[in-house]
Design a protein around this ligand. Structure first.
Ligand SMILES: C[S@@+](CC[C@H](N)C(=O)[O-])C[C@H]1O[C@@H](n2cnc3c(N)ncnc32)[C@H](O)[C@@H]1O
Length: 185
């Protein structure tokens, strides 16, 4: 990622909570995977974008990403609860060459939610995978980047016809590691 362009986006949207160096360190592994698994112009879905800077950055580079979140933080982000999205699926069935989610389906994110509320955030894991499967094209890819691993098991991916083709850990900073999974539909 180009730090200068990241800084321009942060300035444009008056975002002061992130510094460009951190964003470049955190998002470069995802950028490389998006470049590897799609071509510019192909349809991409981001689930749970939170801060939308990465998607804005990629769309500025002529990628074609629909940014979504259950609780959209900005204009240009569509409201989507991936556990409950029948209407969205009707409109976008098998449309996406690539779907990615960073730090959404993470064991750590789920653990924090459970500790805080006593409940699980994601109550129907099979539904999430089945919805993702309905949205991704046959032969398309799903990238999941997580903290302390994914909430999904290999058996659950297999059951939904999502084959793991890459699985590794990436060090973002000396103290921060993420797990990376690439699945083929
Ligand atoms: C830890 S944040 C990660 C944000 C961003 N992907 C990143 O890498 O910085 C998790 C995000 O997932 C979103 N989220 C939680 N439950 C969701 C759901 N059921 N469907 C879609 N997004 C969800 C939250 O609103 C939040 O923005």
């Amino acid at each position: 990622m180009d730090k200068k362009i990241v800084s321009e986006i942060l300035n444009k949207y008056h975002i002061k909570t992130y510094n460009p160096e951190d964003l470049v360190a955190f998002f470069t592994p995802l950028e490389k995977l998006v470049e590897k698994y799609t071509k510019k112009g192909e349809k991409i879905l981001e689930i749970g974008c939170g801060n939308p800077i990465f998607g804005f950055y990629m769309n500025k580079q002529r990628y074609n990403i629909i940014l979504t979140d259950i609780s959209p933080p900005a204009k240009n982000v569509i409201t989507l609860d991936i556990q409950d999205c029948e209407e969205f699926i009707q409109k976008h069935k098998k449309e996406f060459n690539l779907i990615y989610a960073r730090l959404v389906f993470s064991k750590q994110y789920e653990k924090e939610h459970e500790e805080k509320t006593g409940k699980k955030r994601f109550t129907d894991i099979d539904k999430i995978l089945s919805n993702i499967k309905k949205l991704v094209k046959k032969g398309g890819h799903v990238i999941l980047i997580d903290d302390k691993g994914s909430i999904f098991s290999k058996k659950q991916f297999n059951f939904h016809g999502l084959k793991i083709i890459e699985s590794y850990t990436v060090k973002l900073k000396p103290s921060i590691k993420n797990t990376v999974l690439v699945l083929r539909s």
